[in-house]
Write a protein that binds this ligand. Structure first.
Ligand code: AGP
Length: 605
């Protein structure tokens, strides 16, 4: 997610801003910039070090703002990097969050003759503030007036040439805090940028605005001035970056409700979906006779769910191919009748990128479901949908995997409602989608139970993950999670496969994790549990709330998640499996965020 830093005081702001941006690098970003009041703005794509190298030697000033950008609207270019200015260049703005109504605001400003320098939603806000500042008595009044026109989320920090020494910060949905130091005041989106200068902080709440000068600060909300509690930071930098959690992986699993919200944000109608990134190619997708989905690892497994979603709701034949295999296959299908969907969190997985290139050579339309804006796969595909899941630091794909499933639901819904999917069914899906963040929170509340179950099974050396229909891919994904971070040998199978060989391995030392939601294939899955039980196998059952007692006699342990639409259920059952893998690895004191032999992005063959 983007990072914000700001300083005003008696010292040169430049080194303070640069060190603050470096402290925020862990959050992932693709460009960075600073503005020093009455000196100027410098911004660069790439790393903060690039920005630092390009700074004029003697640059000096005591008030400034800085930003690391994780691109959402507009690719990572210098023009799109923050800080952004208004046309008259009297203000400088850095922003975290999403301005949902930026398009209509921008259209109105363009009508007034304002010329935009970037594709970002942030510049729209900068232009609005600049316009207000030309008529308002002070910067804080201009910021307040501009924000009254905005819908969405923001953490912003603004400086103005006309009021040197002043910073105005405002928060709605994106973190911001003040740091009170002896030589001045700091503002940041994350305490790790403030910690080297002070531990004395004030956290802004939603709806609050802080006006900061070298002499002091004032915090207001709509109802007027606010008295804020001054707090002392206890954490070290590393704990702060993990928000106090032991590992990024745990922090990212616990972010899942917010990630589902962000993935769906602005993309749901009452009975369908809006995917701006597919608008121009939608007619071609709707005419497709076949959709080929490709990816690696968890991205491939999310594709297996995507295949079922597209066939179930859009009625278009779909198939999923491992990218590392597809790239060597002969493309026999008529390119005019087939569409490729490449799934990749990093957008840099070489096998997936090469599969995209092969498909393009064959003349196919290629789409991407990618989390990193402007990444190689995002740029190589003809169109696509960004996850908006925020940076995923842990090597294991957790929140990104859930976001990929949510994007596939949106795609299936959009295609379906442009084909035979009924309005009623579309409305039902949307209603259930809107409840998912809350249901995901309920799934996360299983963590204490999962911790004790992991302790029960801690000596496990071999495990099956078993599921049917919507939960067969989740079984594969659960097995991958367990093996990649706890190094326990685990295999995922369609539960119906047990009789065709795997059941030969079942014995009292062998754990089977079975996905048994109360769905259309529940009774068959339950009979798998009976077969395993009859051979003395250990069983961990994951079912849906209200069904637990039906399995107590069969399983050593039973977990349950809320019941939702059968096709959305995988977004919930995947969560306890991620937590189970995490707790099993934590019991083994393994390097969970960087497991041995693994990389976050496999950019080699
Ligand atoms: C998932 O936990 C793994 N880290 C790995 O399988 C990953 O999903 C795979 O390498 C694909 O990565 P991508 O989504 O960045 O393309």
């Amino acid at each position: 997610m983007c990072g914000i830093v700001g300083y005003t005081g008696s010292k040169n702001a430049v080194p303070i801003l640069i060190s603050g941006l470096k402290a925020l690098e862990y959050r992932g970003y693709d460009s960075a910039g600073i503005h020093i009041v009455n000196v100027g703005t410098i911004k660069r794509t790439g790393k903060v070090a690039e920005l630092e190298k390009s700074l004029p030697a003697a640059i000096d000033g005591t008030t400034g703002v800085g930003h690391t950008r994780w691109a959402t609207h507009g690719p990572p270019t210098e023009a799109n990097a923050h800080p952004h200015a208004d046309s008259a260049r009297i203000i400088a703005l850095v922003h975290n969050g999403i301005i949902e109504n930026y398009a209509e605001l921008k259209a109105a400003l363009v009508q007034e003759g304002i010329v935009f320098a970037s594709e970002t939603d942030t510049e729209v806000l900068a232009q609005l503030i600049g316009k207000e500042f030309s008529i308002k008595k002070d910067l804080e009044s201009a910021v307040r007036a501009a924000l009254s026109k905005v819908r969405g989320t923001y953490g912003i920090l603004v400086a103005a040439e006309r009021e040197p020494g002043k910073l105005v910060a405002a928060k709605l949905g994106s973190p911001l805090m003040l740091g009170i130091a002896e030589d001045g005041y700091h503002v940041a989106s994350d305490a790790s940028a403030i910690l080297p200068y002070t531990r004395t902080v004030i956290y802004l709440e939603d709806g609050e605005m802080a006006t900061v000068t070298k002499e002091g600060y004032r915090i207001e909300a709509d109802a007027g001035p606010v008295q804020k509690k001054i707090e002392e930071l206890e954490w070290g930098v590393e704990e702060i970056q993990k928000m106090g959690y032991e590992h990024f992986m745990l922090k990212e699993i616990l972010e899942i409700p917010e990630v589902i919200t962000n993935t769906l944000r602005g993309r749901l109608l009452s009975d369908s979906a809006i995917l701006g990134g597919l608008r121009d190619v939608l007619p071609r997708i709707l005419k497709a006779k076949r959709i080929i989905i490709t990816g690696c690892g968890s991205a491939y497994y999310s594709g297996l769910i995507g295949e079922m979603l597209i066939e179930e709701f859009a009625g278009i034949p779909a198939e999923v191919e491992l990218a590392s295999e597809l790239r060597y296959r002969r493309f026999t299908m008529n390119p005019k009748e087939a569409v490729l969907i490449a799934v990749s969190q990093s957008g840099e997985t070489l096998d997936t990128l090469e599969a995209v290139k092969e498909a393009k050579k064959h003349g196919m339309l290629t789409l991407g479901i990618v989390n990193v804006v402007g990444s190689s796969i995002a740029r190589a595909t003809d169109a696509g949908v960004y996850n908006h899941a925020g940076p995923e630091i842990g090597v294991a794909s957790t929140k990104a995997f859930i976001s990929q499933l949510a994007v596939f639901v949106l795609i299936a819904l959009l295609l379906g409602r442009n084909r035979e999917l009924s309005k009623i069914e579309g409305e039902r899906l949307v209603t259930e989608l809107r409840q998912l963040p809350e249901l995901a929170r309920s799934a996360l509340s299983l963590r204490p139970q999962i911790e004790s179950i992991a302790a029960t099974f801690r000596s496990t050396r071999d495990a099956y993950f078993l599921g049917r229909k919507w939960h067969c891919p989740i079984a594969y994904e659960g097995a991958l999670k367990l093996k990649e971070i706890s190094y326990v040998h685990a295999e995922g199978y369609g539960a119906g496969e047990m009789k065709h060989g795997p059941i030969a391995l079942i014995d009292p030392d062998f754990l089977s994790v079975i996905l048994a939601p109360r769905d259309s294939v529940y009774e068959k899955t339950k009979s798998n549990m009976q077969e395993i039980r009859a051979r003395g196998g250990r069983l961990l059952a994951l079912t849906t709330q209200g069904n637990e007692s039906d399995l107590f006699s069969l399983a050593d342990a039973v977990l349950s998640v809320p019941l939702t639409h059968e096709a959305l259920q995988p977004l919930l059952t995947a969560i306890p499996l991620q937590l189970f893998a995490y707790e099993m690895a934590r019991l083994r004191a393994l390097p969970i965020d960087q497991p041995r032999n693994l990389a976050k992005s496999v950019t080699v063959e």
